[in-house]
Design a protein around this ligand. Structure first.
Ligand SMILES: Cc1cc2nc3c(=O)[nH]c(=O)nc-3n(C[C@H](O)[C@H](O)[C@H](O)COP(=O)(O)OP(=O)(O)OC[C@H]3O[C@@H](n4cnc5c(N)ncnc54)[C@H](O)[C@@H]3O)c2cc1C
Length: 477
């Protein structure tokens, strides 16, 4: 290579590739360096159990992918991304009564919530008047809102702890459980302020687009981003771990799709000591314990309507889910963990041999946990699907250390880029007017450790690339 590149992106997760695409779309020369043998970060798909069973190693259900304001501007379908949308977004089984189903219809979902039908419509209905505007407001850094009224309708209840919102807004266990399951994706204690935000976002999102899986597996999401990047002239090199600045070819700017810890260690010579120390104080939060199953049949839910959704929230009532999440934050391993189950092969026949199925699940555990949660997770599924264990042909588990070995961004097994409480929600990784920038105008961070945080939506990468594009004209070659 004779002339320096405009940009090198370190890491090819959905945010790294989104950043690279946005830079390349605007005429920049871009190289992506990926440590692993394949692109994808948290979106890879692999045969980790038996031949013919294709498991999503990390992300599986994509409410924020299908709604991503940035992805919706890209020709990802032309590069192989096909979303498959089940009839319902979430099934939430409860003991001895029908499962709560979060479907596309607000009225049908509300009607099944018994005494809380009207309350559910009052909470979520107003958000659906301007859904795309709300998504734009929420999936980005702190800013002066363009749609303040739309944001206020969301933001006031969203600032509450999920358990307080559930207990004060709803009277029945069904609505409370549905909210708690969605809020638990935040990986916050449900008694903590803003834990309701993720819950409300996920409830609302399901009435805009049913939560999809990607046909052939989540790897097609970053496969499509990578394909489009190459069509724009961008380059990707895999098996290229960046351990120090010496591993990065000459470029005007560097964008890190990495944890703040890695940015601190790799770019330390380019950054002031105070900033590096603040990066090192970043909080990652709890980890997860992940299981993939090869199954001899569909999961035998007691309530078969659970087969209408790819995603199933297994954990019972709000009180149970809140107790499970609280114990993880105390450093304990819940006996009855809240488990997120995804059953993609029900809707995507490419995932398993005919008549067979794949199952995907995780529960939260303390950071760095070494405990095997297989029995606890499978007991929870068996509780709502008797006979489930008899269908397990093979399983593959990942503890926190396996996750961190798989992807250095998963510090202590944390999967969403770091704690999303009030202290880190908009100011991650360090409080700055633009959190994607650093004190060095050549260095940016674009991973899920920046706003809006975890999930496969590419919005961190997009916003980081926009910051870099604003700076590029002033940065000498
Ligand atoms: C088990 C699990 C389940 C999940 N489920 C969902 C889900 O269902 N839906 C959802 O939306 N999200 C889910 N997520 C979260 C989602 O995968 C992440 O939030 C998202 O992938 C973050 O994207 P990213 O680009 O910031 O980083 P990553 O996807 O983590 O990608 C970072 C990439 O950078 C590479 N890299 C890191 N350091 C270096 C280095 N020094 N040199 C070179 N390369 C480097 C890594 O190898 C990796 O490929 C899940 C995550 C996990 C682990």
């Amino acid at each position: 290579m004779t002339s320096p590149l405009d940009a090198v992106v370190i890491g090819s997760g959905p945010n790294g590739l989104a950043a690279a695409v946005e830079l390349a779309r605007n005429g920049a020369s871009v190289l992506v360096l990926e440590a692993a043998e394949t692109v994808g970060g948290g979106t890879r798909t692999a045969e980790v159990t038996l031949p013919g069973f294709h498991h999503d190693v990390c992300s599986a259900a994509h409410p924020l992918g299908i709604l991503s304001p940035y992805f919706s501007t890209l020709p990802l379908a032309e590069h192989g991304l096909i979303w498959i949308q089940p009839p319902a977004s979430i099934a939430h089984p409860l003991d001895g009564e029908p499962a709560v189903m979060l479907g596309a219809s607000l009225d049908a979902t509300a009607a099944a919530l018994g005494p809380d039908a009207a309350a559910y419509r009052r909470l979520i209905g107003p958000l659906l008047h301007h859904p795309r505007e709300l998504i734009q407001e929420v999936l980005g850094p702190a800013h002066l809102p363009r749609h303040p009224l739309v944001l206020a309708r969301f933001g006031v209840p969203a600032l509450l702890p999920a358990s307080a919102l559930g207990r004060s807004w709803f009277r029945g266990e069904r609505a409370r459980a549905l909210l708690a399951g969605c809020a638990a994706h935040s990986i916050l204690p449900l008694t903590r302020p803003v834990s309701a935000a993720v819950g409300m976002l996920f409830l609302f999102s399901a009435h805009v687009e049913a939560w999809p899986v990607a046909r052939d597996g989540s790897h097609t999401i970053t496969g499509a981003l990578g394909g489009y990047l190459r069509s724009l002239g961008g380059r990707i090199e895999t098996a290229r771990p960046v351990r120090s600045l010496a591993d990065i070819p000459a470029a005007r700017v560097h964008l890190y799709d990495t944890s703040p810890a890695q940015l601190a260690s790799i770019a330390a010579p380019m950054l002031p000591g105070g900033y590096v120390r603040r990066l090192r104080r970043f909080r990652y939060g709890p980890g997860i314990f992940k299981i993939d199953w090869a199954l001899d049949g569909p999961i035998p839910w007691s309530d078969p309507t659970c087969l209408d959704s790819a995603t199933v929230h297994v954990g019972g009532t709000l009180d149970e889910i809140a107790a499970s999440e609280a114990s993880v934050w105390r450093g304990e391993h819940p006996d009855r963990p809240f488990v997120i189950v995804v059953q993609p092969s029900l809707f995507d026949p490419t995932r398993a041999p005919e008549g067979k199925h794949t199952g995907w699940a995780y529960c939260h555990v303390p950071s760095g946990s070494t405990v095997d949660m297989t029995d606890a997770v499978e007991r929870q599924v068996e509780r709502f699907a008797p006979g489930f264990r008899d269908l397990i042909a093979a399983r593959h588990v990942m503890r926190t250390a396996d996750l961190e070995r798989y992807n250095a961004n998963y510090v202590g097994g944390a999967i969403t880029g770091g704690v999303t409480d009030l202290g880190q929600l908009f100011t991650r990784p360090v409080m700055r007017a633009s959190p994607y920038t650093t004190p060095n105008p050549r260095v940016f961070i674009c991973s899920a450790s920046t706003p809006p945080g975890g999930g496969v939506h590419g919005m961190c990468g997009y916003h980081a690339a926009r910051s870099a594009l604003r700076r590029l004209p002033r940065i000498p070659v």
